[in-house]
Ligand binder design. Structure first.
Ligand code: 6GU
Length: 226
């Protein structure tokens, strides 16, 4: 998979691309991630990428020209163009799975007080990662990239994400490691029993209980973009 990210803050991605599973996925060529500085595409003599809002109003607005030129330059036949904005559709695990099957994704990070409305016409999907406002789409684009890359076949063991929270609309069951007794808090006996059917039943029950208690909306099937 190829992921092209358009941003005015390329340096924000340094740590993300050079750490842990994402770094390894890049090294092992499961994914090729390129960060593109929108400024590079600006035709303004001062390389400006934003300007005042027509009609007045607070803050600067990202101009269409650099972003349109960048997308024209990078877009191929099977490209999905994603625009990160708090006004987008709420991001869910189902969408991460769908995106993990794509060949090429371009992610546009919105910034400042906003972006020119015409930029929306470039996007196949507009995504929001939650009901709060970030200073820009960069962190949100990393959230999407991280959740997609870990699902690409081969990046992590299948068993590691088959039981992820949100699969089957359930939160994860609890897990424990050594020691059996830590400060008086004990590992449930059933997990030490070696009885696989009972362990499976325990985990299913705990996942259901936790979901019912914390996220009843998931059980009502409201937690997926289906
Ligand atoms: Cl995608 N962008 C910004 N700026 N804020 C957000 C968001 C995106 N998703 C939630 N808040």
């Amino acid at each position: 998979m190829k992921i092209d990210i358009l941003t005015i803050f390329p340096e924000m991605f340094d740590g993300f691309l050079n750490t842990s599973i994402i770094k390894r996925a890049i090294q092992q060529k499961f994914v090729n991630i390129e960060i593109h500085d929108i400024r590079k595409y600006s035709k303004d003599p001062h390389k400006r990428v934003d300007d005042y809002s027509f009609g007045g109003g607070h803050g600067m607005v990202l101009m269409p020209q650099p972003i349109f030129d960048a997308v024209d330059d990078l877009k191929k036949e099977n490209t999905k163009v994603i625009l990160m904005t708090p006004q987008g559709i709420p991001y869910k695990q189902k969408m991460a799975y769908d995106l993990s099957l794509e060949k090429h994704i371009i992610i546009i990070c919105g910034h400042y007080e906003g972006f020119d409305e015409r930029i929306r016409s470039l996007a196949d999907i507009e995504i929001s990662i939650g009901d709060y406002v970030l200073t820009g789409g960069e962190l949100a684009s990393m959230v999407v990239t991280d959740s997609v890359v870990r699902l690409i076949d081969g990046v992590i063991e299948k068993e590691s994400h088959i039981n992820d929270s949100f699969n089957n609309n359930l939160l994860d069951y609890p897990v424990y490691t050594k020691p059996v007794n830590f400060r008086g808090m004990k590992v449930p006996d059933v997990l030490l029993s070696g009885h696989h059917a009972n362990i499976k039943k325990f985990r299913e029950d705990e996942a259901y209980k936790k979901t019912k208690e914390r996220r009843p909306d998931l059980l009502e099937d409201g937690g997926r973009n289906e």
